[in-house]
Design a protein around this ligand. Structure first.
Ligand SMILES: Cc1ncc(COP(=O)(O)O)c(C=O)c1O
Length: 390
């Protein structure tokens, strides 16, 4: 008899483990997993060391350290003109991942429907299933990933409790446009639905594009939970400091779950995150981050173009999708395995980010949050593709 509870029996290990093992076995440049393999800013690391030395080492308040909540209120006012009460509208948690889990456990009852755009970040579906909710999917189609109003409207009903959006979007690199957000906002208000907006890539956008939080649209402040975290913006994905922002009523609900999941975050890292957020606005850090990622994106795009891989230009995030439909492979897994073994570069097969059978099998996702040396090495190796017969 299996000791495993039914609720987890159908989840396997993630595709990232499998592709990383393969990359290691073949000595491939790993452009699969979405974490920076370069150093975090010195100021940010020093802030964490200083917090530990200052003995900020005991449980923080369960909703997060006061300095962090005040730094977040200042950041959202400055960047997005959002007015937040740090005492009642911000809950700091263990990364965006816990924010998503706690928010969904606190808002979804068994039988409720949750609209999810696929491809999706892989935690969304288990979060909804654990709460007893039913995911309902809108499939974004390459290469434009645009939302068709009628197709989206058809998914809303009296059963819909939440819609989960992610902008900038992993893995497509799509930035939701103001018109798309307005369409979603109108439907949320018509059907009394709450939007959860995962904005962890908010500071990684390209070519003058603008990230728009859906919470800033008329009528949405009180029916949106905005989620973000420190990991992507400061190259510290291992810190797992995140936050959920919403009305006082919704934050009270979120807290009810959070108190039984982790109760509180990591005090010195919350303190250091507050320092990082304050420092970023004092020094113009976000513009430097964008310039760095613009350069890395452009390096990868030209390498893929030179290798004759049809890449879809991302407007944000540190991922780029390649259309492999004309390359003669049976599916995305075969392509990613071939590229790892024969060329020495590892992307991720995106079909794992879809529920619809066979969706995403004609795509491959490359991460460019890697050192310039790793990207140059990948570019070099990809040149072999032009001369090989795949
Ligand atoms: C879209 C998206 N949301 C959330 C997360 C997780 O964020 P955190 O590390 O803060 O839990 C990731 C990490 O890859 C992500 O890509």
């Amino acid at each position: 008899m299996s000791y495993m509870a039914q609720r987890v029996q159908h989840y396997g290990t993630t595709i990232f483990t499998e592709m990383t093992n393969l990359a290691n076995e073949y000595g491939a440049v790993n452009l699969g997993q979405g974490f920076p393999n370069f150093a975090a800013p010195e100021f940010v690391k020093e802030a964490a060391r200083a917090a530990i030395s200052a003995d900020i080492n005991q449980y923080p308040p369960a909703i997060g350290r006061s300095r962090l909540r005040h730094a977040l209120a200042a950041k959202y006012a400055r960047h997005y003109n959002m007015e937040l009460d740090p005492a009642s509208q911000i809950v700091a948690m263990h990364g965006a991942t816990e924010c998503l889990f706690a928010t969904i456990q606190s808002l979804v009852d068994p039988g409720d429907e949750v609209i999810i755009f696929e491809p999706y970040f892989d935690t969304y579906v288990p979060c909804v299933e654990f709460a007893g909710g039913t995911p309902v999917y809108y499939t974004l189609e390459a290469p434009k990933w645009e939302i068709e109003p009628d197709k989206l409207a058809a998914l809303f009903s009296d059963k819909t409790k939440l819609i989960l959006i992610n902008t900038p979007h992993n893995p497509t690199g799509k930035l939701f446009s103001r018109a798309e957000l307005q369409m979603i906002a109108d439907l949320c208000q018509q059907y009394d639905v709450i939007a959860i907006s995962d904005e962890v890539y908010e500071h990684i956008v390209f070519d003058e594009a603008q990230h728009i939080p859906i919470a800033t649209l008329p009528g949405m402040a009180d029916r949106t939970v905005t989620i973000s975290s420190i990991g992507k913006s400061f190259s510290v994905t291992g810190w797992k400091v995140g936050w959920a922002i919403g009305s006082a009523e919704i934050c009270t609900a979120i807290f009810r779950s959070h108190q039984w999941i982790t109760f509180a975050g990591a005090a010195p890292l919350e303190e250091a995150s507050a320092a990082a957020l304050e420092w970023a606005d004092e020094t113009g850090y976000y513009a430097q981050l964008q310039a760095m990622y613009q350069r890395k994106r452009d390096t990868l795009l030209s390498a893929l173009n030179e290798a004759n891989l049809p890449v879809i230009t991302p407007a944000g995030t540190y991922f780029a999708m390649v259309d492999i439909s004309e390359l003669g492979f049976a599916n995305d897994r075969d392509f990613c395995t071939y590229l790892t073994k024969e060329i020495g570069v590892t992307p991720i097969p995106p079909s794992f980010f879809y529920t619809t059978p066979n969706a995403g099998t004609d795509l491959a996702r490359f991460a460019f949050c890697k050192t310039d040396e790793a990207l140059a090495e990948a570019a070099d190796r990809l040149q072999k593709l032009g001369s090989s017969s795949c």
